[in-house]
Write a protein that binds this ligand. Structure first.
Ligand SMILES: [Zn+2]
Length: 359
């Protein structure tokens, strides 16, 4: 953080928002999830090439761009990224899934500006958002990220993940790879990045999608880069985070009232509040179902019976996400019941929110 002060940018810790003051549940340990690793192998088609001239762009506000990933593929497709042009350099949000994609990302930025890339903010540490980071780092970007890199995907170590991911992306895409997601500037709390006269808030939403979640908020433009807290179909993954923190993160997004919210994957919602509400309803319904199951002594296996089976070798297909989240939330509800049961008021508030959801 102090090194940042020697640059053109100023980083200032912001007062935590009220929504963050509530207790968030950070997993004490992340248990191995066999689906995660086995499944990396078919997540991406292998024929992706880094010979594309550029990715599609959408200007969200003057000098603020979304780099559009795949749509209609849930979280199995290429993620979204973004960048903000300032007079002191470009701030990039997320680095995509390989050095190959990172190279195309750089070419995409160069289609609208030759201003050097100064910072790369990572919304979390999953490989599909970070494995292109080395390209931006070599181009001079300093990495802004939460220091907690723990995910199920790297539970067997960085070498193993890099090897598995190379199997997914192919050698050509991974040419030049080195890890570059460890922060040069670690952000653990809401932090203001003031660069070239642009006010860019790095928001710490809690461990919602992963332990190392951050979001990027441009208050003047009311544009939010939400990372995988939001995904196009409203079924955000919580196996590396928690449903309690996810609800807190969604409340935080509501409090910002964004004009545009860029999800981690998929098309930009016409109304961000609608996608937030859809995501919240999904999380609330799952918590309600699993809380009742635990209270009634229904075993996890039985409580999963009504869900479609996870898709083999597709850890983040819709069916796999639904099932893996259900396992995660059942465990959370079980721990909550055994440890610190929620107050009647908290339960009533959640029930009230759920009652307002479409059935
Ligand atoms: Zn993702």
């Amino acid at each position: 953080m102090c090194r940042a002060a020697t640059t053109a940018a100023a980083l200032v810790a912001l007062a935590p928002h009220a929504a963050l003051a509530q207790r968030t549940v950070v997993p004490q340990s992340l248990s191995a999830d066999s689906a995660t690793r086995a499944a990396l192998a078919s997540r991406y088609p292998r024929d992706r090439s880094d010979t594309l001239p550029a990715f599609p762009l959408r200007e969200l506000a003057p000098g603020v761009y979304a780099v559009l990933g795949d749509t209609g593929r849930g979280v199995e497709g290429r993620p979204n990224a973004g960048f903000v042009i300032t007079s002191a350099g470009v701030v990039v949000i997320d680095a995509l899934a390989s050095p190959g994609e990172g190279r195309v990302l750089m070419r995409t930025i160069h289609t609208v500006t030759r201003t050097p890339v100064r910072y790369l903010v990572l919304t979390h540490h999953h490989p599909d958002h970070t494995f292109g980071a080395i390209v931006l780092k070599r181009a001079g970007a300093r990495i802004i990220a939460h220091p907690d890199r723990r995910t199920l995907a790297n539970i067997d170590g960085d070498d193993r993940l890099a090897s598995d991911w190379t199997g997914v992306m192919g050698l050509q895409q991974m040419r030049g790879f080195a890890y570059a997601d460890a922060p040069d500037i670690a952000v653990r709390h809401d932090t203001l990045l003031d660069v070239g006269g642009r006010r860019i808030e790095i928001i710490r939403p809690g461990a919602a999608h992963t332990a190392g979640d951050l979001m990027v908020w441009l208050p003047a433009e009311r544009v939010l880069f939400a990372g995988d807290v939001l995904v196009e179909d409203g079924v955000s993954m919580m196996v590396d985070g928690s449903s309690t923190a996810m609800l807190g993160a969604l409340a935080r997004i509501d409090s910002l009232d964004p004009r545009v919210a860029v999800p981690g994957h998929g098309r930009l919602a016409a109304k961000p509040a609608t996608l937030v509400a859809r995501t919240r309803c999904y999380v609330l319904a799952l918590r309600d179902t699993m809380r009742r199951a635990v209270a009634d002594g229904v075993r996890m296996g039985q409580s999963l019976d009504r869900l479609p089976p996870a898709d083999r070798d597709r850890p983040v297909s819709l069916h796999s996400r639904l099932r893996r989240n259900a396992v995660r939330v059942y465990s959370e509800m079980e721990q909550m019941l055994l440890g610190a049961p929620p107050s009647k008021e908290a339960l009533a508030a959640e029930a009230g929110q759920l009652a307002a959801c479409p059935r």
